[in-house]
Ligand binder design. Structure first.
Ligand code: BV8
Ligand code: ZN
Length: 244
């Protein structure tokens, strides 16, 4: 068991509207590198070099290689106890919303049903021009970059810096932020907007705000309860208390 404030314990029992925002930290224990940690994906590259439209326009091969490298990584990882704990929460709370910044698909793989993927999904591709969706393998060996039948460049179906998030997903996320009684920010450095604005918006709307993270973040001074440690260890403990 972990020691939590009375108000948090009360809400675990009485809340019906609960939301969770997750970031790369929840997948770290599955072996997926985070973005900004020392071993992070971007320790070698800078985000601006890769996760942007003009990086793709300037050097589509490099950007594709980065995503294919990450897909390779994702093909051998599986959900960890942190992901499974959120599946239990979804079953338990009447109105539960899982909002993720992650593109690794591990929440769905763990069995979460209602997942709002703010930044898209790394396993999907789409045409840059007409938006047509393309699943399946991308072959760079041929030396030719994948093109859509309309002639547009095919790209990973993720949200790059400077790009708008998918409107429906963003609206659903902000609806959840507006009505939730208990909001968890799990494994995110709370740096990337608009996702990073959600935990505080929930708190402003009256939610009790819990942060689960290895380290303090810019959000930490504002949360009602900061549980410091691995999400794979902490979230199952919270689920035990939720069910007790
Ligand atoms: C937009 C692509 C509107 C897919 C990503 C100044 C102020 C405010 C905003 C901006 C600004 N300047 C620019 C902006 C906008 C910009 C932004 O926020 N920039 C930041 C860097 C300042 N945002 C955008 O451009 C967004 N679009 O605003 O559109 C618009 C449009 C046009 C014109 C104007 C406005 C688009 C943002 C999406 C970018 N795409 N990814 C991909 O390749 O993955 S973001 C990328 O960062 C990932 O998606 C990732 O999910 C996201 C956030 O990172 P985290 O998930 O938090 O991961 P990180 O490594 O940072 O942290 C991990 C955490 O886990 C750490 O805290 C660590 O301690 C913890 N941890 C580690 N292990 C564990 C753990 N915790 C618990 N247990 C563990 N075991
Ligand atoms: Zn097209």
């Amino acid at each position: 068991m972990i020691d939590i404030p009375t108000e948090f314990a009360r809400l675990l029992k009485s809340a019906t509207r609960v939301a969770v925002l997750t970031g790369a930290g929840i997948s770290a224990e599955s072996g997926v590198p985070t973005f900004r940690g020392e071993e992070g994906l971007w320790s070698k590259f800078r985000p601006e070099e890769l996760a942007t439209v003009d990086a793709f326009m300037r050097n589509p091969k490099l950007v594709w290689e980065w995503y294919l490298h990450r897909r390779e990584l994702m093909s051998s990882v599986s959900p960890n106890p942190g992901h499974h704990a959120l599946v239990e929460m979804e079953k338990h709370f009447k109105d539960f919303t899982l909002i993720t910044q992650n593109v690794d698909g591990l929440h769905r793989m763990a069995g979460s049903k209602n997942v709002l993927e703010l930044h898209g999904n790394i396993s999907m591709n789409k045409c840059f021009d007409c938006g047509k969706s393309y699943s399946g393998e991308i072959d760079l060996e041929s030396g030719h970059l994948p093109l859509c039948e309309c002639g547009g460049k095919i790209r990973p179906d993720v949200v790059w810096f400077g790009e708008l998030l998918p409107a429906r997903v963003l609206n659903d996320a902000f609806d959840a932020v507006a009505r939730t009684e208990l909001f968890f920010s799990v494994g995110t450095s709370a740096l990337v907007h608009p996702a990073a604005s959600m935990p505080l918006a929930a708190k402003r709307n009256g939610a009790y705000l819990v942060e689960v993270n290895l380290d303090p973040t810019p959000l930490t001074p504002y949360v009602d309860c900061m549980l410091r440690g691995k999400s794979g260890g902490i979230l199952p403990r919270i689920v035990e208390m939720m069910k007790a």
